[in-house]
Design a protein around this ligand. Structure first.
Ligand SMILES: [Zn+2]
Length: 314
């Protein structure tokens, strides 16, 4: 079993990840000198504003690789956010990777993407690793820069670098609500628990895949133990997807708040993809990755954890 060193700021996600790794039997060391696997989890130094902009650079977060003489594998936890809009399909023209949304369309509430060639409405398809990254957010752009920087590590050490692009990570403990309002799922649970209406953007039919922490740990473990991962980048997701409307409805069920309405915001978020779900076949085939927690199961678990906390005496 390879010894893992987690390099991260002290965030709720980092704490949950560290605890989850230890719980699943992965040896985690506090000393870089012993580590065989360097696990880098970037996180913004300050909470982003409502538009997801993070004013602080994260490039200074990278550790000095010379402090890790035993390291054989470097794993960077990146995000599918680096893809931007991701992959779409036109019924007439085939796969489209350069689709975008225009301000004038958003103002007319034309939420879906249209083919740049024949103007037909596009079908979202799972985004593959070969898709050209085109981040919509500062955070996505910074992560992409970090991916390039970490790639450079393999020239300075004997370690190989693997990037995991994780789709909307979440964990099923009360600390997850710290991500409200940036994460829709945290926002839904936070507002519903307070008997307030959750806010949905656009028409609520945006599709998302979300990755439970157990599956992120599974992917990290698979990379750490793989003799040599054939590819430098792998998408990680649950392989399931829900619309945000479905997500909020399942949160209502899980929290027993079926009477609480949700409202639509008239605000247009220009830096959000319409749909976002990754193709995870590469990780399945090459790492033996098999996601174990569907989004539905995850929402149920999160609801249970939150209901238990709410029923505890103060
Ligand atoms: Zn077309």
């Amino acid at each position: 079993m390879m010894t893992v060193y987690l390099h991260s700021r002290k965030t709720p996600f980092a704490s949950a990840l560290q605890a989850g790794l230890i719980k699943s039997g992965v040896p985690v060391t506090q000393a870089g000198a012993d580590a065989e696997v360097l696990l880098i989890l970037p996180s913004p130094s300050v909470a982003g504003d409502a538009d997801g902009h993070y004013p602080h650079a994260i490039l200074e977060e990278l550790p000095d690789i010379r402090q890790f003489p035993q390291v054989r594998r470097i794993i960077l936890v990146s995000s599918t956010e680096v893809y931007g809009h991701g992959d779409y399909l036109c019924g007439d023209c085939g796969p489209i990777r350069e689709a975008r949304r225009y301000e004038k369309h958003l103002e007319l509430k034309r939420w879906e993407l249209f083919c740049p060639y024949c103007k037909e409405m596009l079908m979202p398809t799972p985004t593959r690793e070969v898709s050209t990254p085109a981040p919509l957010t500062d955070w996505g752009l910074r992560l992409l820069a970090l991916e390039k920087q970490v790639e450079g590590y393999c020239y300075q050490s004997a370690a190989s670098v693997t990037v995991l692009r994780v789709s909307y990570p979440y964990w099923t403990e009360p600390t997850y609500l710290a991500l409200h309002p940036a994460s829709p799922l945290a926002h839904f649970c936070h507002t519903l628990l307070a008997d307030q209406a959750a806010t949905l953007f656009e028409d609520g039919y945006q599709m998302r895949d979300m990755t439970h922490i157990d599956d992120i740990i599974q992917a990290i473990s698979a990379v750490a133990h793989h003799p040599y991962p054939p590819n430098p980048v792998y998408n990680i997701g649950s392989g399931t997807r829900l619309t945000l409307q479905e997500m909020v409805a399942h949160c209502q069920d899980a929290l027993g708040k079926t009477e609480t309405p949700y409202v639509f915001s008239s605000m247009i978020l220009h830096d959000q993809p319409r749909h976002s779900f990754p193709e995870i076949e590469r990780a399945r085939l090459e790492l033996g990755y098999a996601p174990s927690v569907s989004i539905l199961e995850g929402i149920y678990r999160l609801g249970q954890a939150l209901n238990q906390t709410a029923s505890l005496p103060n």
